[in-house]
Design a protein around this ligand. Sequence first.
Ligand code: G6P
Length: 349
Amino acid sequence: ADTSLGGYPHYLIKEIHEQPRVLARIARERLDGARQLADLIRHSYGTFLVGCGTAGYAALCGSYLFSRIARRHVNAVIASEFKYQEHFLTDRSLVIALTQSGETIDVIEAVHAAKRRGATVAALVNVTGSTVARLADFTIPLSAGPEQSVLSTKAYTAKLAILLLTAHILNGSEHVGLDTLWRAIEGMEMALAPATLDRIRAVADRLVDAQHCYVIGRGLSYPTALEAALKIKEVTYIHAEGFAGGELKHGVIALIEDGSPCLVFSPLDETRADILSGAMEVRSRGGWVIGISPEPDEAFHVHIPVADVGDASPLVSIVPAQLLAYELAVRRGLDPDKPRNLAKSVTVK
Ligand code: G6P
């Protein structure tokens, strides 16, 4: 396996750029796996997506995708919290573990709990031969290649791609799912192109000394907001918080002062009008609003354009946030691949 930097200064930026290729491979090679996963979900009585950190946000996003695309309720649970919910499990439950390494102790324990109760365990895992891959009844390899940076990027979008396909298969719209995934791959290429990067760099220049950063999204973009904030805090140590747009008025708006940066995810879906009105609220209180959206809006001080890719918006919208986190880390003189206090996989409690 190629674990060298291949001309990039850091693994983080290399792995961000690998995403279109990883997703293209999934579109070509993981349809069968997604079909089998859809079958397991169809026949289960209660499905749980579990993961930690970035994989936990992929689980949450999966729950939105299944609801929206397949009209199917799938629970998303943070793996470390799963033991407090395991009382729901029966031998008809399906637990889908999401994990890059397959070695995260909280995920392994969730899998053991599921097995003790006779549930079926499926896994979306990047490292084949890992503990979770061995324990699961059914595994879909992410095949994202080695993820060396502590921050998870390509494993995240790989999981989303498989969940998107699975949701469409469950809905009987496999072709639409595949088309959407290919559109998302093109959209990712656009997000990685120099024109977009210039805008992200300008935002990074302005945010380099920021102490706080807020991130909002609704619906499919709510997990994206959480994941974007995680990327920023992990690698820049800026206090970044992601929120559901609707929660602004329930507390967050109190934090906004002159110049407070706020990232707003606003795809062209049913969340648009409400998220933009939230963005306007932030702006009118002095906030500095960065809109990640296919269309500009008067609420945005800076507009970072992304492709309109329908249901696949979480796969594309996260890319500018990953790039922003990277650019900020570099400007702050930090090592993007080895943030302080964090480990690539947390294998002990
Ligand atoms: C650690 C890493 C994160 C990762 C999480 C889950 O906290 O720093 O990047 O998302 O573990 O890891 P996993 O290997 O289970 O996906």
